[in-house]
Design a protein around this ligand. Structure first.
Ligand SMILES: Nc1ncnc2c1ncn2[C@@H]1O[C@H](COP(=O)(O)OP(=O)(O)OP(=O)(O)O)[C@@H](O)[C@H]1O
Ligand SMILES: [Mg+2]
Length: 830
């Protein structure tokens, strides 16, 4: 390929050919000299106008307008042979120009192929940038319609659009959709089972070619030939946040895509008049990530950033406190079970339960996961509890294997890459819906369920109810929760990367066909899934970042109707990072993202939608979404925490003054002169709280949780900071800042008003219990050995639940919560 150094040129929008002078509007025109194709009806792009009267006379037209308008286009006749003829004719499509009314043409193609009435303004803007041969970065909410921005250029020019995408399942979904809309597409990569597809794609057989980054890098010179022959209209990099190390889903290969700009510029390829534009798209990129994307991809200097709101007004965000273990399924999924299974007869429910339970047993056998989550009911120290629950995961899942880091890693899901997932076919010719149904019947996959007929019944419940996706952190939970739901008569299925591929395909299929009600999934079922009527997204356990959370929540309500996004998390525990191999820097970064997520969960006073969109750098002018739990329930009462804040900071100051008297000056401490190596010996928040309780009767009844919340509020005010290594989501070893010291020394009358955060509220609701017993147990609680013995004693003296008589169970069931608590307390006093 000749590499003349030419200045890169941009399309001069002002000197466009008039519409009538278009030399090529589609590949069809290009092929006409070969006499292969039919004349396309829409060559002149007539406006589709349908009057009310006409609609009344022809109800079938109305029907067509509501459904996507699908016609067989002559692109379906585009065969590899024609592409070889194209090559031999040595015609290039580089000089194809669009007229100034390209936007009308785009809207007309939109109506023709997709049945939508018009392009959204951000789509217009993105297409405008492409049309002006500019590189662009398109940032728009999940479900807003980013895909059309890169799919339409293929229709507008008749050239190929190459889309770089991170997931095979996502590529598969999009190819299938395009083929239904009459546009030929394929995906390439290690998940592609048909090895002839790549050759055909490089010969220009498909209008849209999806590739994973690794494959694209391998195919650079073939793509350069394709650019010379059929022509490449655009490179689209979908889910481009994967480029950034600061993002939630970094893929090293995405970073290497910087070669694109260099390899497909007019200065490198002398047959090009313009650089082939690159369009990068994502729904989840913070300011930092955006900068990183622009820099890493080396996009041209006049890159157009198309930014629309990240706000999804139809999503209702809320947070619920839950232990998120098997003991909480009954309570947490009560509503869900009611919504789906209440309309079924008992017989229908038990039939389905039987069928699916067998499926799951089978799935378990394949995946080697355990089904039960053994969490004990004791109140324990956070860290101990965290470790013990992980041990439980490791031991139960490994059926007695040694606890090992490797095993823990294996228990959590990796995002599926091209190698992790395969699909049944990879070639999607533009065809009508009817064709598609016939084809899918003929290539029916082996059904995972032993009773396919029962599984494939459409949902009994109204479609408006729509399906639910439950996201969980571990593979084990996908199986445990789906099994639980199935036993309650809900049509649920597990989805994680380690389940048999045939099962995963089946779940995809049934989910899209509305025969499944609930999919319980790890992150493997994520990005880009475009199903219109998903009504609920439940996160069961802390997500690892707000980016991931918003991305997954974005699967809901893509039809614009109201949808629920509920996060169930244990608000009394600090979230931890899922095991993964990370460098120190990556670990720091992962903790930063997890901290943002934790703070989102702790927030009780700011609209959740506002927190989310502002996280992505958008100013949320309307301040309140009026539908999240904070907006609907209102914030808690504002509290003056001056007394607690003062005593807390005094205890810290006293500790360090005493130390500095012995070893250092207090100024040294404030100035940060004390060696950081001493950080391991630094007193923890826990120790300070113990001291406060010892010193002041007034605070005896408050618990660690409450002080943990106060520490965050003081940190936000700039009064305290982390003294040790910040390896976690919250301050562990608090130190005073100069500002905090000044506040103490000023003997100020200034109040300290703040909204109590979620953990502080939680501590207040259980104030009747733990710390009366804490004071009773006294200092020894801090000694791990004594604590262990006490916990063991407590467990052994606890009566097993089953031993409770029917009568007492009946009695306690008829009591109110309040009555039960006071009965418990008076029993204890006795
Ligand atoms: N102009 C339009 N009018 C009506 N519907 C549209 C329009 N453009 C796109 N859509 C529809 O919006 C839905 C979401 O589109 P798409 O999958 O492209 O979203 P996305 O922005 O890529 O979301 P995500 O970030 O989650 O991948 C699709 O069903 C699509 O057909
Ligand atoms: Mg998308």
């Amino acid at each position: 390929m000749a590499k003349n150094v030419k200045p890169s040129r941009k399309r001069d929008v002002s000197s466009l050919h008039p519409f009538g002078h278009l030399r090529q509007s589609s590949i069809l025109e290009h092929l006409q000299p070969m006499g292969k194709s039919k004349k396309r009806q829409t060559d002149n792009f007539p406006e589709v106008t349908t009057s009310e009267a006409e609609l009344q006379r022809h109800p079938e037209v109305q029907d067509k307008l509501q459904k996507p308008h699908i016609e067989e286009t002559s692109e379906t006749n585009y065969t590899p042979e024609t592409s070889y003829s194209l090559n031999s004719a040595h015609r290039t499509v580089e000089d194809v120009e669009l007229g100034p009314d390209w936007d009308q043409k785009a809207n007309s193609l939109l109506r023709k192929h997709f049945g939508y009435s018009g392009l959204k303004s951000f789509q217009m803007e993105a297409l405008g940038a492409w049309f002006a041969q500019q590189d662009s970065l398109v940032l728009a909410a999940t479900g807003s319609g980013k895909s059309l921005c890169f799919q339409l250029p293929a229709l507008l020019t008749g050239k190929v659009v190459v889309v770089i995408s991170p997931l095979i399942s996502l590529m598969h979904d999009q190819c299938l959709k395009l083929s239904k809309h009459g546009i030929s597409a394929c995906f390439l990569g290690s998940g592609q089972p048909d090895n002839t597809v790549e050759k055909k794609a490089m010969n220009g057989m498909y209008s849209v070619v999806y590739v994973c980054p690794e494959t694209l890098l391998r195919l650079i010179s073939s793509l350069q030939r394709l650019a010379e022959n059929r022509g490449i209209a655009l490179f689209a990099i979908d889910e481009v946040h994967c480029v950034s190390k600061w993002g939630h889903d970094f893929r090293p290969d995405y970073r290497r895509l910087s070669v694109l700009r260099e390899s497909f510029s007019a200065s490198s390829l002398n047959f090009l008049k313009f650089d082939i534009p690159i369009m990068a798209l994502t729904a989840t990129a913070t300011d930092h990530v955006r900068e990183d994307i622009l820099k890493s991809l080396k996009l041209s200097k006049d890159v157009k950033v198309v930014l629309t709101t990240f706000f999804r007004p139809n999503l209702k965000f809320s947070i619920m406190h839950s232990r998120t273990s098997s003991t909480s399924y009954v309570k947490d999924f009560q509503e869900l079970v009611k919504a789906y299974s209440s309309k079924r007869t008992t017989k229908e429910r038990s039939d389905y339960t039987r069928a699916v339970t067998e499926d799951l047993e089978d799935a378990l056998e394949h995946s080697g996961s355990a089904t039960s989550d053994s969490s004990d009911g004791d109140e324990m120290d956070e860290q101990d509890d965290e470790l013990s629950s992980r041990k439980n995961i490791a031991f139960s899942a490994s059926k007695g294997r040694q606890l090992s880091v490797e095993f823990l890693e294996d228990d959590f899901d990796d995002i599926q890459t091209a190698d992790d997932f395969d699909v049944s076919c990879g070639e999607f010719c533009g065809k009508s819906l009817v064709d598609d149904v016939q084809i899918s019947k003929s290539t029916e996959l082996p059904h995972f369920s032993p009773r396919p007929a029962e599984r494939s019944q459409p949902m009994n419940c109204s479609l408006e109810q729509g399906p639910t996706i439950i996201y969980v952190p571990t593979r084990k939970q996908t199986v445990a929760i789906s099994k639980y739901l199935c036993t309650k008569g809900v049509k649920a299925a597990a989805y994680n990367a380690k389940l048999p591929k045939s099962h995963l395909r089946q779940v995809h299929k049934e989910f899209h066909e509305n025969t499944l009600e609930v999919v319980v999934a790890t992150i493997a079922f994520g990005m880009g899934i475009d199903k219109l009527n998903v009504r609920r997204i439940i996160h069961y356990g802390w997500p690892q970042s707000l980016e991931a959370y918003y991305q997954e929540a974005g699967r809901a309500g893509r039809d614009g109707k109201l949808a629920d996004c509920t996060l169930y998390a244990n608000l009394s525990r600090l979230p931890t990072l899922l095991p993964n191999k990370r460098t120190e820097q990556q670990k720091k970064n992962a903790y930063r993202m997890l901290t943002d997520c934790f703070r989102y969960g702790m927030n009780t006073s700011i609209c959740r939608a506002k927190v989310l969109v502002e996280y992505f750098g958008e100013v949320f002018h309307q301040e309140r979404c009026m539908s999240c739990d904070v907006c609907t329930n209102g914030p808690p009462e504002l509290q003056n925490m001056k007394a607690e804040a003062t005593v807390f900071m005094q205890v810290i100051a006293a500790h360090y003054k005493q130390q500095s008297f012995e070893e250092y000056s207090y100024d040294d401490y404030i100035g940060g002169e004390i060696e950081r190596s001493r950080s391991s010996e630094r007193p923890t928040l826990r120790l300070f709280v113990t001291k406060i309780r010892e010193q002041s009767q007034q605070f005896l009844a408050s618990d660690q949780l409450w002080w943990r919340g106060l520490a965050r509020l003081l940190q936000d005010k700039g009064f305290i900071k982390e003294g040790g290594n910040m390896n976690g989501v919250q301050i562990k070893c608090p130190e005073l800042t100069k500002q905090g010291l000044r506040y103490l020394e000023s003997d100020t009358e200034q109040d300290f008003y703040a909204y109590p955060e979620a953990d502080m509220l939680l501590s207040a609701t259980r104030a009747h219990e733990p710390y009366s017993s804490f004071s009773e147990w006294g200092k020894g609680w801090a000694d791990p050995e004594i604590r262990k013995q006490r916990l063991a004693r407590r467990r052994s003296t606890r009566k097993p639940r089953k031993s409770r008589s029917r009568k007492s169970r009946h009695q306690s069931n008829s009591m109110t919560v309040k009555e039960r608590i006071s009965a418990k307390l008076s029993k204890r006093k006795r």
